[in-house]
Design a protein around this ligand. Structure first.
Ligand SMILES: C[S@@+](CC[C@H](N)C(=O)[O-])C[C@H]1O[C@@H](n2cnc3c(N)ncnc32)[C@H](O)[C@@H]1O
Length: 231
């Protein structure tokens, strides 16, 4: 019974978020809703999007819960198209949905670089033996990409020290409270003023809520399971 109730609440939350998300994002990013619509429309009409859809074949019933939902990988595309970042860092690559959509945005912007950290395939990946980390990323988008294999606690501090200031950080690796706080703290120190901290699966625990409360972000937003905070 408790599980059925939880699932009803989650579905209601998803529907409510989907109805209002463009208005919320438009407010957060400070751009008219018209611009948000036009960036999404451009993405959905692109060959890039058709090719990804073709490769992953998400069943229609699961579309809004998948990485192709406008609230997930396409949201990363939108934020990168609107904010035009120089440097984006993400943890958690797996198939490479997030990496592909960010890289497509950087390519459309004609500037920027993405640094991605994930464990080597053998350690904890759920990809299966025939797939490499980030297998979805189109070859032509790889020149703007650095993929670093290792755990975020071993690779993130040195990477950030090496690249210096960043525009966007995206967490989607190990969602334990401890690791989320670790990655948020590490990246926050390197985020430019007005930079974006994004996290997937913020409803798994209180890490994002605690971090936002304790670190004086200028603005923050929860969109279903994702969180966005502005430094
Ligand atoms: C939810 S998936 C990422 C999905 C990806 N963002 C996408 O859009 O397809 C989580 C990934 O985090 C990686 N991961 C888990 N623990 C990690 C850690 N401590 N450091 C780095 N990556 C980790 C896993 O190997 C897995 O590929």
């Amino acid at each position: 019974m408790a599980d059925i109730l939880k699932s009803i609440v989650r579905t209601a939350d998803l529907i409510k978020t989907l109805i209002f998300y463009k208005r919320s994002i438009s407010k957060l990013l400070g751009v008219p809703q018209k611009e948000i619509n036009s960036v999404y429309a451009q993405l959905y009409a692109s060959k890039f999007f058709m090719d990804i859809k073709q490769k992953v074949k998400v069943p229609l019933a699961l579309y809004y819960l998948s990485m192709l939902s406008p609230l997930r990988a396409p949201l990363l595309y939108l934020i990168c198209r609107i904010t035009k970042p120089e440097i984006v860092v993400e943890t958690g690559v797996k198939d490479g949905f997030s990496s592909s959509f960010i890289l497509f945005a950087l390519e459309m912007n004609k500037k920027g670089r993405l640094y991605s950290i994930d464990l080597p395939n053998s350690q904890g990946q759920e990809l299966g033996p025939d797939k490499d980390t980030g297998w979805l990323v189109p070859e032509e988008l790889k020149p703007r990409w650095s993929l670093i294999l290792g755990s975020s606690d071993s690779k993130l501090p040195a990477l950030l020290q090496d690249i210096g200031k960043i525009d966007i950080f995206i967490h989607d690796s190990d969602h334990s409270y401890q690791n989320m706080i670790f990655e948020f703290k590490q990246s926050w120190g390197y985020l430019k003023a007005g930079g974006y901290l994004l996290s997937d699966d913020i409803t798994d625990n209180q890490a994002f809520a605690d971090f936002v409360r304790l670190n004086g972000c200028i603005n923050s937003l929860r969109l279903f399971k994702s969180g966005i905070a502005i430094r």
